[in-house]
Design a protein around this ligand. Structure first.
Ligand code: AFD
Ligand code: MN
Ligand code: MN
Length: 398
């Protein structure tokens, strides 16, 4: 791909930020004081606006309901616009209320499933009010012990509930169904892997797609292969990008294994050029999103770091010599094929990214520029004044 085309692709790259990524976060062992953290939707949108202002590639913000509930969504949309961003995917919360202890759509009790369905309908209404084109679904449903519940009965209940929700999706929208192999359930999770979601998506129809959260796989899983399979089936809906060392750590994407991120982008870049129009269409519609928590970092700085990481990965993936790679693969020339990827991965893409940012009117060093802006210090002082010294939350070993 020539330099001009690479620059054109990089200028069109976008990733959605998670509203919850700007709020305070912690673990089940406690939440430490994060005085810079956003609490209100207003503050989250302001912080997301800063991340977009300094990177130019983060124009939309995914919301989590009820955390981000707004009594007038025309005001919510206007608030987003005032900060230079727009509302993105809507994430229902079917995992925090006590009634969901034994599941939501999979729950044995019809009244609990009805409550979950009502919440999904509420989120569909919010999609209509905000113009969101994606319902991002993660179910914590699962069990902790052998025999606790009937796997197939749960699966039937889940399919029934998703079928009902699917029928309510507004035109030109879709559901992104996320899988996760464990946590909070420890014995089984009802949507545990890409296959369990893909089978259900195929039953539901073309508006149902698979969401790949890069922290949701067992150690050593070949995520780039999963991405290739989902692209080939035309059911890859999107990503929740983050990094992990051991589990669903929600660390800054690219911080632990940037090579894996490059290999994922390599599959995406290849699919964007695929001869199969359905594969190309799927690749071009992928919803790129972060899903990260930053208890040790200023969330805006961490989000800027994340944007730089995905820009770097995509730039390198675009530099792969696809013709040489295909020729080497067809000749079973393993070393040459491998070297095609290594050549791209080892390319210093900072000069091309500098050119991209300058063309976009963005400081070539987004993190330095944000730090120099003084925004973090300003809002931290405001939030300490407004909320007082942030006490650490209860829960876990205190
Ligand atoms: C948790 C879950 C999942 C979900 C996210 C937002 O593991 O990744 O997408 O919360 O609801 O990280
Ligand atoms: Mn996720
Ligand atoms: Mn997760």
């Amino acid at each position: 791909m020539n330099r001009a085309e690479v620059i054109k692709r990089l200028r069109s790259q976008t990733v959605e930020t998670p509203s919850w990524g700007f709020a305070a976060s912690g673990t089940r062992f406690g939440t430490f004081p994060q005085p810079w953290a956003a609490k209100s939707l207003e503050e989250k949108l302001a912080d997301a606006g800063q991340a977009h202002k300094f990177t130019g590639i983060l124009p939309k913000v995914a919301l989590h309901i009820p955390w981000d509930k707004c009594d007038d969504w025309s005001k919510g949309k206007a608030l987003a616009a005032q900060n230079g961003v727009a509302i993105g995917a809507i994430n229902p919360n079917l995992f925090q209320q006590p009634i969901y202890q034994y599941g939501s759509l999979c729950h044995p009790e019809a009244s609990v499933r009805a409550a979950a369905q009502a919440h999904l309908s509420e989120c569909v209404d919010i999609m209509k009010a905000t113009g969101s084109d994606a319902l991002s679904l993660w179910f914590a449903d699962g069990s902790n012990y052998p025999g606790q519940d009937d796997f197939r009965a749960r699966r039937r209940r889940l399919i029934e509930g998703l079928t009902t929700c699917y029928a309510k999706l507004p035109a030109n929208t879709r559901m992104l169904i996320e899988y996760k192999f464990f946590e909070p359930a420890f014995y089984h999770t009802d949507l545990a892997d890409w296959g369990s979601v893909a089978l259900i998506c195929k039953r539901l129809g073309p508006k149902a797609t698979v969401l790949v959260d890069t922290g949701h796989h067992p150690q050593g899983t070949n995520i780039e292969w999963i991405v290739a399979c989902l692209l080939d089936e035309g059911i890859l809906g999107g990503f929740h990008f983050n990094s992990r060392k051991y589990a669903d750590d929600d660390l800054t994407v690219g911080s632990i294994n940037p090579h894996e991120l490059f290999l994922v982008y390599n599959e995406l870049a290849a699919a964007e050029e695929d001869a199969d129009t359905a594969v190309r269409a799927c690749a071009q519609k992928v919803a790129y999103m972060f899903d990260q928590c930053h208890s040790y970092k200023n969330p805006i700085e961490a989000t800027i770091q994340s944007a730089l990481a995905v820009q770097e990965a995509y730039a390198k993936a675009l530099l792969v010599d696809r013709a040489a790679l295909t020729k080497a693969r067809n000749a079973c020339d393993t070393v040459t094929a491998e070297e095609c990827l290594k050549e791209a991965y080892s390319t210093d893409v900072r000069p091309i990214l500098k050119e991209v940012r300058e063309a976009m009117g963005i400081d070539p060093n987004p993190l330095t520029a944000f730090r120099a802006s003084g925004y973090a210090e300003k809002v931290t002082a405001e939030r300490i004044k407004k909320y007082g010294k942030v006490a650490s939350a209860g829960g876990g070993f205190q």
